[in-house]
Write a protein that binds this ligand. Structure first.
Ligand code: ACO
Length: 433
């Protein structure tokens, strides 16, 4: 039995969807811990801010089973960064199935449910972080962004940037009261103008748009510190104006020959090259440490160019965002393109057949785009998953064609479309949701 408010998505016999409320907090966190084993007690966990809104948190119950069999939720991103703009996006998250109920189709049903709700809510995109990379391709999500992880040796040489030494860096305990507004303002500015250049935003960038997400982001439970100190912040300023920040934690380890501490930097934002240089100069030289590790940085982050010896920082590139076009026409018309383009795309979408069809995409470089359904042959054909991979501009259609995932029917159109779909700034989300 489904209530009328829920999409009518079939489930295996004995299961039913149920909207959850605040009263289900304990059951939701318990299910999450079944899916993602944790050493934190349930009593402790439910005292911390829950990041989801209950209107978008949905459980699955099983006949004769205590607690939830499965759960999923989504964040209502109204300003998810797409090339040249933003689009409403359902940020899928908290997907979990109790181990006793796995591999019976519950995830499949939850995805159908989520996509139906995205369509209903007018969200042309869905995006997610994948716990395991093989899970979501089958549902039409394409790997759309990578991030780069670095381990920077203490004192690593950095190129000079004129003006960097006119900056000061203030270091403090990080708190929402002290730094919430500053972080939000600088984070937003960095997404809108990542290189300080107007008109070129960072796709995939998104704000912690809800009160629940803000509260969750700033919560700093000792259980999440992995033996490190509480969260600290370095704010870089020029003439008294904040121009960037980094959130970090240090950990001190003593060995026979002395200190071998480490620093772990999470989010780093800098609005220009001089601010980035000043900030990284501090982050790469904490006393009593031997190295600084980074978490989510864009693959084109300034530090990758500032390091004189980038190879020594052991760069590791990992998948960041996965994107799914929920409404192909609206999504294609809802971003900008980096070159003039007029191309027809035959798109297959087995999961949302209403998307299957041929689309004529016309756009001016960094200007307006239109996308119309047409009949007849197409220049290129591809699955909706590959469109998701290319959508944020970080995956070339040519590279997908090289793997047999895009087919060119009209000679020359692949190169033009690939140039148009690309974007000068690498896509990424700076935080995992
Ligand atoms: C956006 C996020 O929240 S990411 C978090 C995802 N959650 C987790 O990783 C927590 C631990 N894992 C789980 O809770 C579950 O195993 C889930 C959610 C990954 C899968 O749930 P299930 O209900 O077992 O999936 P379901 O039965 O619908 O499987 C659908 C298909 O996906 C495949 N699949 C499911 N999980 C995985 C996986 N981890 N790796 C590869 N394939 C998978 C199944 O084999 C099945 O394939 P088939 O259609 O070819 O038969």
């Amino acid at each position: 039995m489904h209530t009328s408010a829920l999409p009518d998505v079939p489930l295996p016999d004995g299961y039913r969807f149920r909207s959850l409320t605040e009263a289900d907090l304990r059951a939701a966190v318990d299910l999450d811990f079944w899916a993602f084993p944790s050493g934190t007690s349930l009593d402790e966990a439910v005292r911390h801010p829950f990041p989801l809104g209950w209107d978008r948190t949905v459980g699955i119950e099983a006949a004769g089973f205590d607690g939830l069999a499965a759960l999923h939720g989504s964040y209502p991103f109204q300003e998810f960064g797409v090339p040249g703009g933003t689009l409403p996006t359902g940020g899928l998250t908290w997907v979990g199935v109790h181990p006793q109920h796995r591999r019976r189709g519950l995830l499949t049903a939850m995805i159908d449910f989520h996509l139906a709700r995205c369509r209903r809510r007018g969200e042309p995109l869905s995006a997610l972080f994948a716990a395991e990379a093989p899970i979501y391709g089958r549902f039409g999500y394409g790997k759309a962004a990578d991030d780069i992880r670095l381990t920077i040796a203490r004192g690593a040489a950095l190129h000079d940037v004129p003006g960097a030494d006119e900056h000061t860096v203030h270091i403090a305990h990080a708190s929402r009261e002290q730094h919430g507004d500053l972080v939000e303002r600088l984070h937003r500015a960095a997404g809108a103008r990542p290189a300080g250049v107007a008109g070129i935003n960072r796709p995939g960038w998104c704000e912690r748009e809800t009160e629940q997400l803000q509260a969750h982001f700033w919560d700093d439970p000792p259980a999440h510190r992995d033996g490190r100190e509480s969260r600290r912040i370095a704010v870089v300023e020029h003439a008294g104006e904040p121009r960037g920040y980094a959130l970090f934690r240090r950990k001190l380890d003593w060995e026979v020959f002395g200190p071998r501490g480490t620093a772990a930097v999470s989010e780093v934002v800098a609005l220009d090259a001089a601010a980035a240089r000043a900030l990284w100069g501090v982050l790469a030289d904490f006393d009593l440490t031997v190295e600084t590790s980074t978490f989510l940085l864009p693959v084109d982050d300034a530090v990758t160019r500032l390091l004189v010896n980038p190879r020594a920082a052991q760069p590791r590139v990992v998948d960041n965002l996965w994107v799914r076009l929920v409404d192909v026409g609206a999504a294609l018309a809802g971003r900008q393109y980096a070159a003039d383009v007029d191309v027809t795309l035959a798109v297959r979408d087995a999961r949302l057949p209403e998307n299957t069809g041929t689309y004529r995409l016309r756009a001016r470089a960094f200007g307006e785009a239109t996308c119309d359904r047409v009949t007849g042959g197409a220049d290129l054909s591809l699955d909706v998953r590959e469109l998701g991979a290319a959508y944020l501009g970080g995956t070339s259609l040519v590279s997908l064609a090289a793997a047999g995932l895009v087919t060119e029917h009209t000679a020359g159109t692949l190169a033009h479309a690939a140039a148009a779909f690309g974007w000068p700034v690498a896509p990424m989300s700076s935080w995992v949701w």
